[in-house]
Design a protein around this ligand. Structure first.
Ligand SMILES: Nc1ncnc2c1ncn2[C@@H]1O[C@H](COP(=O)(O)OP(=O)(O)OP(=O)(O)O)[C@@H](O)[C@H]1O
Ligand SMILES: [Mg+2]
Length: 237
């Protein structure tokens, strides 16, 4: 168990009820280890975002169980009233659009979550500057998001996702808005974070060129989650 970052057992997700019932996930079982970069690949509408949002304690499942590291967070109901706290402490989110806060500069965006978690401003700034340096964007620390390119904004968004030292990174099409070189850079960064910091990363992607950079592929087939080797990629695309 100590190597497991995410474990999901018999996870079910339905939306709506009666005539409008949508069955998205019907009994998914899988796990993701610390240090793994896993691609989540499935057709549009298959439930990729829904799955990430359940793991991230944002969307409530219909049933089943979820563990984040050693902690069981869901067992047919949330096991804590503090989903937001779990989210802030354990999870880093990266989205297709960077969602940086437009009226805060780069470093303020990166320090926001650690400060919300009670880290003092000075320490938060130190962590943030280290991350910005790591992503070669420290010279833009005082810039506003609107002054950065798409790739620069996404690097800041990754720095922000890492600022609370999460055990898990959930990335929903993080490279969709980037050209192919920038996309490869972003995925290589995620791989480096996984390897060097023992973080588990699940990355939704529609870009098959990213798959060889990943350790494993998860896909959603017949409303269940299936694990594949990267070499089997052609079978799922
Ligand atoms: N809040 C909601 N209410 C009702 N149905 C929803 C809701 N959110 C998602 N769904 C449905 O759940 C299914 C899965 O949606 P989801 O967004 O997870 O797909 P996805 O795999 O991320 O697709 P894409 O690749 O287009 O982003 C879809 O049929 C969608 O219509
Ligand atoms: Mg989606």
């Amino acid at each position: 168990m100590e190597n497991v970052a995410i474990k999901v057992e018999n996870l079910v997700k339905h939306f709506g009820q009666g005539d409008s019932l949508v069955r998205v996930i019907e009994g998914a079982d899988f796990q993701v280890n610390k240090g793994e970069l896993v691609a989540l690949v499935a057709p549009s509408g298959a439930g990729k975002t829904t799955l990430l949002m359940m793991i991230g304690c944002v969307e409530e499942p219909t049933g089943g169980a979820i563990w984040l590291g050693e902690e069981k967070v869901y067992d047919n109901k949330w096991l804590t009233k503090e989903q937001r706290k779990i989210r802030r402490e354990k999870i880093g989110f990266i989205f297709q659009a960077h969602y940086l806060i437009p009226f805060l500069n780069v470093i303020e965006n990166v320090t926001l979550i650690p400060q919300t978690n009670g880290v003092l401003e000075k320490e938060a700034k130190k962590i943030a500057m280290e991350l910005l340096e790591y992503f070669a964007i420290a010279d833009k620390a005082k810039a506003m998001s609107s002054q950065l390119s798409g790739g620069q904004n996404q690097r800041v968004a990754i720095a922000r996702a890492l600022a609370n030292k999460p055990q898990i990174i959930l990335a929903d099409e993080p490279t969709a808005a980037l050209d192919s070189k920038r996309s490869v850079d972003v995925v290589k960064m995620l791989k480096k974070i996984a390897t060097e910091q023992d973080v588990a990363v699940i990355m939704v992607t529609h870009d098959e060129a990213m798959l060889p950079l990943c350790d494993r592929i998860l896909t959603i087939e017949e409303k269940k989650v299936v694990s594949k080797e990267v070499s089997e990629e052609t079978a799922i695309l």
